[in-house]
Design a protein around this ligand. Sequence first.
Ligand code: ADP
Length: 400
Amino acid sequence: MLVLVLNCGSSSLKYQLFDMTDQSVLAKGRVERIGIDGSFLIHEGKGDEIEIETDMSDHTVAIKNVLDILVNEEHGVIENFDQIEAVGHRVVHGGEDFSGSVLITNEVKDALTRNIELAPLHNPPNLMGIAAVEANIPGVPNVGVFDTAFHATMPQYAYLYGLPYKLYEKYRIRRYGFHGTSHKFVSERCAVLMDKPAEEIRIITAHLGNGSSIAAVDKGISVDTSMGFTPLEGVMMGTRTGDFDPAIVGYIMQKENLDFNGFNDLVNKQSGVFGISGVSSDMRDVESAASSGNELAALSLQMFEYKVRKYIGSYVAAMKGVDAIVFTAGIGENDVKLRKNILDNLAWLGIEIDDEINANHKIKEKELTKPGSKVRVFVIPTNEELGIANDTYEIVQNLK
Ligand code: ADP
């Protein structure tokens, strides 16, 4: 079965076409500047990469271009659209409606529309992607895979904030958590690598990328995670603050004369590692500035390490212990120094790492701990697209 995976943003989309018989990727690519001058598509198919510049006024046109290139004689990988048996969509916010992936129906679309107010930037393009597939490949099953769904298992005492309960009832203000597809993917893989049933282990998954979140996965289910009502909460990130005292909100808005949008921009785009270092949100730039003596760059790295470590420590308490820690995403998979700092500072947990394996860039998926380490630590490359393809495949198989 061929499954097309789509991740639609407001002016961009990413796609991958999977052959689920062996989970191989037949083609992948991205479209940028949808609805803006200068839109283009970059496609990798038969071992080549091509760029096509053409006007794409909306997602329907963009997806038509993706489908056309997939069947293109020279660069395509399939003969006709009908070979695509299902389409899996990344959907950011499932609100309280979804605790797992679902076949998209009119009721599901209504629920997604209701959830727009929870994810005003993300859910509308996700819905546009679904409509665009319906227009271009009528009848193909569409499946929604939600960033929030894996965390739907959090107990109420973990997901509620200490706000008046009636605000939760009125506005559904609570912790939702994000990066669920990634936390699920790497925690399941971790259980396989440990050769243990997921039900017998407690795992802390650290998804550290431009956006970062940590999750506590107890017996295969998410019991807590650091991102909250929005992806702003939790550890400090590339350009996002992470946790801070909410009393600062009104104070800064008043002092700096900021309106709601100005404040949102400050805490989402001007803060975090970038805001402290003044250098960049990219860890590689910040690390090279720190090694050239930039003290604020060094401070931002120390803060990032500390905040990640604090969350890991708090989830050890949440699960009353931990059996494994997993690092994933751009920073988690590649930043040898940061991993070493975090793990050396967690040695009290009984973690003994092998520095050589940690520093070996050639092995992508690996265990960092020495045999006998009380807590095992792994680097597991995340693959959210494959996670979406797997869920889509499973749901569509069950329809047959
Ligand atoms: P996104 O959240 O956008 O998916 P990624 O998971 O791709 O982000 O992670 C991007 C982050 O990974 C950037 O901060 C980048 O600096 C960091 N990163 C990538 N490669 C390395 C590396 N070799 N060393 C340190 N950081 C890295």
